[in-house]
Design a binder for this molecule. Sequence first.
Ligand code: C2O
Ligand code: CU
Length: 491
Amino acid sequence: MSSKIVPAITRRGFLKSAALISAGFAISGPHISKSSAKTTTQVRLKAGQASVRLAPEPAGETAVWCYNGSVPGPEIRVRQGDRLQVIVDNALDEQTTVHWHGVRVPNGMDGVPDLTQPPIEPGGEFLYEFDAVDAGTFWYHPHQRGFEQVGRGLYGPLIIEEREPLQVDREVTWVLDDWRLTPSAAISDDFGNAHDISHSGRIGNSVTINGRVPDRFTVHKGERIRLRLINAANARIFGLDFQNHEPIVVALDGQPVTPHAPDRGLIVLGPAMRADVVLDMKGEANQSTTVIDRFYKDLEYRLVDLAYSNQPLRSQPPDWPLELPANPIPEPDLNNAIRHRVVFNGGMMGGMVMQEMGGSMGDSSPTGMMGGMGSMMGGMHSGNIWFINGVAAEGHILEPMLTLEQNRSHVIAMTNATAWHHPIHFHGHSFRVISRNGTPTTHREWQDTVLMAPKERVDIALVADNPGDWMFHCHILEHMAGGMMGVIRVA
Ligand code: C2O
Ligand code: CU
């Protein structure tokens, strides 16, 4: 890539751009008001159409839907404990909302149309306002017809900085996306087709980092980089292999985790998932290393090259601490937790998997599962072919599938009775992933989106401390459109 992969916007750079984008605000001067101890950052996001360069020349530009004319939208950066106010203008031809993925906001700020707010009409606006309670890597995107709105480019990073950030030489955000482009680099308009819905979702043919098909990313010998990875794709799961570079994972879905080398050396990110990794540049000046995405068997490809400049920064990467301070999330008490079961089924070949799993699940299958089989057959015709506890969702107003008693600990045992991967997201909370197929996880990581393999059982635990009706859904946006969505009430 001749231009560069956009490096992390510096704090100063952001403030400048924040000032630019909030030019429409009635307040003059710097848009940081220090009323009490709390700083409030104001941002203006305009959802609309634009033309951007995703693919290198000689391909043309691509008509997209995006925020403030760019893909991704502006990187919003605030400090933990600060308050964020975002005015969203809707310049699209259809309704929209903005959801702050992974941020523990009050229910009314969660951006779910009809459930938590009326959708923003074309020409309308909505003010979102909440405290940045957890530091970490988050992102924002619409929750209205996400399979098309996100798929056309509506998303952006939201970074909440620790009060004392990790010491590194450089902080970089990579927002990954996957596009289905025609030969002239237009977005293929087959959004929400039946095949994508019933299989692995809308997998594209062009992967971008920060809105550009990448070529090379310049690094320096001895440099330490904090790389914030965000998967904004509708459906593509990434499995990044940095080869002879050994990334250390320090946070998942924004939440600190014991620093560790990833399993089998692969950083796996389902749609909506994030990882913060510390990358030490151990190579030599003028060398280069290819980052390979090898998630899908036999479909690996070169994502980008880490290209060493001829100017070493130092002879060895530094030896600075890697631990991030924990966020203020209440710890679930497993001994006194209330237990719940959730089963996902449907999709192509779903019946087969259920038969195979029948033996082990037997009579313990929760109510509705067999009902799911029945309605699945009916659902096949209406396009709703994914089920949670036997129900396929239509729209966002739903009877709660579960009610979690507020301020109690809960364990949700989730079973993926399908032939497909699903990144399962719960709004308004982070949860600990405590076991997979009955085996305790090594890091008991906090996540807001957990990737479940076909036939896998994953147990999660949380304190339900945020009251309201919250979405619970697969983040493969075509699966969500095909019914894989429900509401969990905290009351
Ligand atoms: Cu990132 Cu309900 O979504
Ligand atoms: Cu799914």
